[in-house]
Design a protein around this ligand. Sequence first.
Ligand code: G6P
Length: 492
Amino acid sequence: MPGANVVVASNRGPVSFSTQDEQLVLRRGGGGLVSALVRAAGQPAPQESDGAEGGGSLWVCCAMSEADRRAAREATHGRLDLAGHDMGGGRVRMLSIDPRVFDRAYNAIANRVLWFVAHMLFDTSVAPRFDAGFRKQWDSYERYCRAFALAIAEDAAEGAVVLVQDYHLTLAPGLLRLRRPDLRIGFFCHTPWAPPEYFRMLPGTVARDILAGILGADRAGFLSPRWAAAFADCCAEVLNADVRGGVVRYEGRDTVLGVHPLGVDGDELRRRAARNDVVSRAATLRDQLGGRQAIVRVDRMELSKNIVRGLEAYRELLRTRPEWRNRVTHIALANPSRSGVPEYREYTGSVLRMGEQIRNEFSTASWEPLVLDVSDDYARSLAAYTVADVLLVNPIRDGMNLVAKEGPILSRDGLALILSREAGAADELASDSLIVNPYDVSQTADSLDEALRMPREQRQERTRRLVTAATALPPQAWLRDQVEALQALSSR
Ligand code: G6P
C-alpha cells in the first residue's frame, strides 16, 4: 500500500461494526469530521505537487467493540476494505488492541481522568486518587498511544501531514516524532484545557509526559483561545517551557499553537433535517406542544452538560413565575453516553429524578410540563431544534458545544439562545445570546423568562446572525486550514 499523504488518528473512527447472523455489518458514523475527511480524501493530495510518492488519506482508529476487533483482525493489518461504502477514496485502518489495554486506556485514563481534568469535574474531596492501580492503567494508556504511533509510522508517506485528535492520544505525537521526524504532525484538542492550578493535580511525571507528548507535534490546535492560553500556561509552569507569541519552545523544538473554532456545515445539516424521519418527529412534537412555547435542550448525557441545574432552573421558573404554567413545555433530550462509567450512570439517575419531581409538582390533566427523553434518536434531536422557541445550552465547561450552533441553523421561526459563558461557542455567539453563569440557577431561570418574552423579530434577527457565526468554519474548512498550516511550516 502506498503511504498516505494525510493521516487522521482518533480513538473513535468513521466506521463501526456490528454482527448480524454472524456476519459483520459496517456502519458509517455521522458527524462533521467524518464528512470533512471524506471530502478531503476526494481533493488532490497535498504532496502530489511535490512529486512525492503516496496518495490519499488514511484514518487510523481503534476497534471499540468485539465486532470491530473481528473486522480489524480479518482485514490485512487492520486496513479495512471499504469498497462500496462511499468513503470518497479515504482508507481506514482499525487497530485491534487487547481489550484489557483498551479498557484501561479509554475508560480508566482517557474518560475518567483526562476528560475530568479537562472539564475540571472531579469532586476533589474524594477523587482523583493516583495509586498503584492508576500506574497500571497509565502503562496501558502508553501502550495504546504507542500502537497508534507505530501504525501511523508504518502507513504515512514521506513528509505526510498527520492530524492526531484529542485527549485519548496525547502521547502519540511525541512517540511518532521519534520514529518519523519527516512528518508534519498536528494535534487537536476537542475539549477545554485546564489551568495549571488544576492540571498539576496529575502526578508530576504524567503531567509532564502529556504536555511533552503533545509538544511532539508541530502545531497544537484548540477550539478557543481560552483553552490554548491554559495549555500554554501549563507548558510554562509544569515544563518550564518558553512560551512566546503563540509558540511553545521546549527541548529545542517549537510547537505553534493554533485556534480553529469548529463550526457546522449548514447545507448538510438542513438536507439531513429535510428527511422524513425528522419531519415526522417534528410533527409529533408540535402536537405535544399544542401551541405552547418550547424550551429545548439537546445533549449527550455527560456530567459537563449541567442538565440537572438546567432542570432546576426550569422548576424555579415555574415556581416563581406561575404565569408560564401551561404556556410552555420543556423538551430535554439526552443521548446516552459512556454507561460503562459509574459517574455517568449516577448522573443519569439524578437527571431522571429531577425530571420526575418536575412532573409530580406541575403536571395537570391537560399539560405535561416536561418531555424528557434519554434515548439515542438523532432525528428527534434535529426535529426539536426546528420547533424550539428557546434553546438552553448551559454546560459547566465545554470545548465548543455544537448544539448552540446547530439549533439556530434549523430553527424555523427564530429562537432565543441561552448560552453558558463556559462553552467555547460563547467566544463567537455571545453577542446574540443570553449569557449565563452555569452554576447560577436563579440567573438561568431569569434568562428563561427573558427568552420566553423576547419578541419574535428580535429572535429572528439574532438567529440570522447566530447562523452566520455558526457556519463560519464548517468541518471541511476547519480541516483544510490545519492541513495548510502544517504544510506551510518548513520541515524540521
Ligand atoms: C466528549 C468530548 C469530545 C470527545 C468525545 C468522545 O464529547 O468532549 O472531545 O471526542 O467525548 O466520545 P466517545 O463517545 O468517542 O468516547
